[in-house]
Write a protein that binds this ligand. Sequence first.
Ligand code: PMP
Length: 404
Amino acid sequence: MLDVSKIRADFPILSRQVNNKPLVYFDNAATSQTPQPVIDVIVDYYSNYNANIHRGVHTLSQEATDKYEIARQTIQTHFNAKHAHEIIFTSGTTHSINLVANGFSALLKKEDEIIVSALEHHSNIVPWQMLCERTGAVLKVIPMNLEGELIMETYDNLLSDKTKLVFVNHISNALGTINPIEYIIKKAHAVGAAVLIDGAQSCPHIKPDVQALDVDFYVASAHKVCGPTGVGMLYGKEEWLKKLPPYQGGGEMIAEVTFEKTTYADLPHKFEAGTPNICGGIAFGAALDYMNNIGFDNIASYENELLAYATEQLSTIEGLKFYGTAKHKTSVISFNLEGIHPYDVGTILDKLGIAVRTGHHCAQPIMDFYCIPGTIRASFAFYNTKEEIDVLVEGVKKAKMMLS
Ligand code: PMP
């Protein structure tokens, strides 16, 4: 059981007013809020040991290096990676995906096939299209049904010995669908393809075990799990990370540089060119510690309660249509009011202090599938309450009245 009022006291932003109303923050799928223990870690870094890492003999540099590498181990433990050097710090999910896509340029040939899903965020579509343009590989798509679930029979038929890579998100940001990644990974491996799972939306709700999943790559962003923006991670199996060439050249990622030839550093540094987001990496570790202290089982069961309550309450509003009604989903609700543009509803909700996201959620193919410009998306976190959902429901009713 969660003590939600105690948890809410950890988040200073939750007590602010927006447009003279108490903030109701339901845009968690875009970015989660930051608790005081994580803010304290950020302040402590810049107040007490801000220094560049890995290359200094002085005390501050050693302290910063130690904390950064401890954060890497925290992330390793959280995801149950076999080695700390299988965790690469990146600037976020988008960077992680581009790193892998760039690496595969060297490994793919014309007519090899890459499979993505109809439920992807643009950051899990565009880098693969760019990869196909560079290599002549062909992009195939696992289609979805009206409920917002991937159609696994078609996936089975898309797989062949031409398939080299499969990329699917664990949870859809636009609809909240939890995809059957265990099945997807197993089937891909049976034809010898590698699998990258985009965990940007799953990590706030689920603790993934990359070894149990036997996944080749898993990517995530800190800002979705109570950490800061501009930092994230790539997990890659050691054998894959050794095979992929470096993404960016620069300091930190080399073993030796001469004008004739450069040799690269070992993992993980081979993929970490330049001064990283040191404070961000340390705060990422602190954010995972914070969430683990609350417990992911507790988080998931409370958020499921919020999802059920919100679905029930919103469905009493006539003319409200849900998008994404999958059997397995997380606390994301996408909906529209008949005949009303989602942006107009979002604007009225903002006047009432309610933060929701409106638009295509960087998933235009999903909106095209439903023939709509976008949706209103309310996404709940473990610090939200049923009382806040009541405020949302009243707000949606008010918006409907004003805009009809
Ligand atoms: N994939 C999914 C499923 C997402 O929800 C997001 C963020 N909305 C991303 C990728 C991109 O994450 P970031 O912007 O942190 O790189």
